[in-house]
Design a protein around this ligand. Structure first.
Ligand SMILES: NC(=O)c1ccc[n+]([C@@H]2O[C@H](COP(=O)([O-])OP(=O)(O)OC[C@H]3O[C@@H](n4cnc5c(N)ncnc54)[C@H](O)[C@@H]3O)[C@@H](O)[C@H]2O)c1
Length: 340
């Protein structure tokens, strides 16, 4: 097991990579009543482990990541007589973690919480870094807070029960992290893609640890995303719009967002053709989509509503080779010209 710490403004977050989820009791605070939040699928597979705790079960998919679900969870907490000394143990993927972290942050002005992240995407990205929130009228993460969980348990064993579609979403965020800050890891993944996809335990632990390491280093410098942390949005500005319009999963949309960023970077002379092709080939080997099939104008319209737009220009993260990114402002016209 390997440990990392994220230093948040309000509290630190301990990230445990390779810890068994069955050891979760070791990390629960003493003298607090623990409630579990999970989704129905995770509950059906792992519910038995948490049967000693009052449990709130929500549905799946991005459609439940909204204020109505927040209302429902708050109603349940009130029914369970959860007071300010309650602790919320969130067991699930990125959707449950995003919602659970938000509810814990606002319930009775804030209760403490921890995550057992059960998808690859949550382990390498969503459960780490303290961004919690829900969507509003289809727009991603419009309502939310920065607040660090006390701990995050990332157990690779839990990934064995994931669908292959959900697994590939996590790889998109791993590729994103390597493109931002780790050319060696990108190359390692190119060479070990088969082991990674087969969930070889050593390969997965290495990839999860390295992803969290990259994210933690950035979040430790800029928790509230005033500068450096924007780099983590590589592939996301376009990806969020694609996710909304094409109604595809977050990870696949991020993969397409990475392709758009790579193309723009090549058009601007920041990324050479062979590096562009390496990005394309790796995403293809991970079975991620690389062509945009949705209505491009609708995607651009959704993108201009994205909260990352400032004024008439959009902050866009571009690749400066593999393993380095730059934050540039680009116009909608330049985006319109990108073909995939
Ligand atoms: N807060 C952040 O910094 C951040 C970063 C990246 C993504 N996100 C968010 O994460 C969300 C996507 O997360 P996700 O891809 O984990 O989706 P998810 O939570 O919907 O999980 C995907 C599916 O896998 C199932 N599942 C979860 N764990 C399982 C397991 N161990 N075995 C079998 N099935 C399992 C779930 O029930 C669900 O059907 C998006 O809403 C995205 O915006 C947040």
């Amino acid at each position: 097991m390997q440990k990392l710490i994220i230093h948040g403004a309000a509290n630190d977050s301990l990230i445990l990579v390779g810890e068994s989820f069955e050891n979760f009791r070791k990390y629960l605070p003493a003298n607090k009543k623990v409630f579990v939040l999970t989704d129905d699928k995770v509950h059906s597979i792992y519910g038995n482990t948490f049967k000693d705790f009052q449990t709130i079960v929500i549905g799946q998919t991005e459609q439940v990541k909204n204020i109505e679900t927040v209302d429902y969870i708050i109603d349940q907490l009130i029914e369970f007589k959860a007071d300010r000394s309650a602790f919320l143990l969130v067991v699930g993927g990125g959707i449950v973690c995003d919602i659970g972290g938000f509810v814990a942050s606002v319930y009775q002005r804030g209760i403490r919480f921890g995550f057992i992240s059960t998808t690859l995407l949550a382990q390498v990205d969503a459960s780490v870094g303290g961004k919690n929130g829900v969507n509003h009228r289809g727009f991603k993460n419009m309502v939310g807070v920065f607040n660090q969980p006390d701990f995050v348990i990332c157990d690779p064993i839990m990934l064995k029960t994931l669908d292959s579609e959900d697994l590939k979403c996590g790889f998109a965020e791993i590729v994103k992290h390597t493109l931002i800050a780790d050319a060696q890891m990108f190359e390692w993944l190119e060479q070990n893609v088969n082991e990674a996809v087969k969930l070889d335990p050593d390969a997965i632990e290495k990839l999860v640890y390295n992803s969290v390491y990259i994210k933690a280093a950035i979040v430790n410098k800029d928790e509230k995303e005033t500068g450096e942390r924007r780099k983590l949005n590589l592939g996301h500005t376009y990806g969020h719009a694609v996710e909304k319009v094409m109604q595809i999963s977050h990870g696949k949309a991020v993969g397409l967002g990475l392709m758009v960023a790579a193309k723009l970077s090549m058009n601007r002379g920041l990324l050479n053709k062979s590096s562009f092709e390496r990005v394309l080939n790796l995403l293809q080997k991970l079975n991620l989509p690389v062509e945009i099939k949705g209505n491009k104008q609708e995607i651009l319209d959704a993108l201009t509503m994205d909260k990352k737009r400032e004024g008439n220009s959009i902050h866009f993260i571009l690749m400066k080779g593999i393993g380095e990114v730059v934050i540039e402002t680009i116009s909608i016209e330049e985006l319109q010209q990108v073909s995939l």
